[in-house]
Design a protein around this ligand. Sequence first.
Ligand code: PLP
Length: 400
Amino acid sequence: MPILAERLSRIKPSPTNALTGKVLELKAAGRDIIGLGAGEPDFETPENVKQAGIRAIRDGETRYTAIPGTTALREAICGKLKRENSLDYAPDEVIVSCGGKQVLYNAFVATLDEGDEVVVPTPYWVSYPDMVLLAGGTPVFVDGREEQGFRIAPEDLEAAIGPRTKWVLINSPSNPSGAAYTADELAALCAVVRRHEHVWILTDDMYEHIVYDGFSFVTPAAVDPSLKHRTLTVNGVSKAYCMTGWRLGYAAGPKELIRAMTVVQSQSSTHTSSISQAAAVEALNGPQDFLAENARVFQQRRDLCVAMLNQARGLRCGTPEGAFYLYISCAGAIGRKTPDGATIGDDTDFVTYLLESEGVAAVQGAAFGLSPYFRISYAASNAELEEACRRIQRACAALA
Ligand code: PLP
């Protein structure tokens, strides 16, 4: 009898985490690699937040906390949801987990039975389909086509909903495309969900604060309050507060669902670190002015990369509303030959060629469910980004 569960054959390791491992390996072997694969800000955690973590250790906040998170943190989250999203939640409608990733995992394990469906717009964050599969569910994909700015159309959402649909996933701004929905666009998607009473919305608002050109972020429960009782709003401190390593995400939703997710968590991690929780209280309640400053820096980098990559032969790239990713069409490179005589057959071949020929690490669109594209993260210095874009231009020019 094999030792590994059959369940495991449904999923694969995260391709973006795998790329990070490969970049570290190549760098350790002395190769000059620019890694544009990682999904984390290159800024430090703000000093006041670090100090709050240190204080928590000194003050002995080092024991188990309540499973859904400390009351202080859940109150801070309710304050944030009210202040920034005009949403009213009480602490018992909130759960804190080890990153947004565990929040989503808890939600799927708590709600999906074998064969239940989750509508996942493409291109999607790599972990959504695998998490759904691991929980016994079935992802149903809806294409967010490039000509629609990588957003899904209401009629395509309507067509994807069936009797087994439990969740519709919304991720705005999106990883990997950076696309964000306006209030009107979200309202049109909410109107579809409203017609199907058995369907809930799971909105992943992780990139809420990383938006550009004055874009106004909105979240479904605020756009359509009539859906609040069947919406789970997921967020976290990883991206906005540059706290990826602290492992802290949270969700707000109906009490019964939060209670079920808390039971799931009680039998896995129990809770995230007490120290991270204390730091997150400071992140959410402390000064917020650096958020706009970080977004300003990201916007400059976005503009730099969009301009340079649109000059690369065979590449095409729009200007996304948020996050720190570009989802670039490499359709014009497909079918061409590398200087070694190999043919670029798909976007995986293309990113392999970029890594091998120029030492630039990017992620193939196949990992996000929409080809032929590749994703770069521009959470890197201007100097690194300029050099990476020059190398990509050179690699494209060398294709015959
Ligand atoms: N949701 C999206 C869209 C993400 O891109 C990520 C991280 O890359 C997460 C959730 C998970 O974030 P966390 O680090 O809080 O687990």
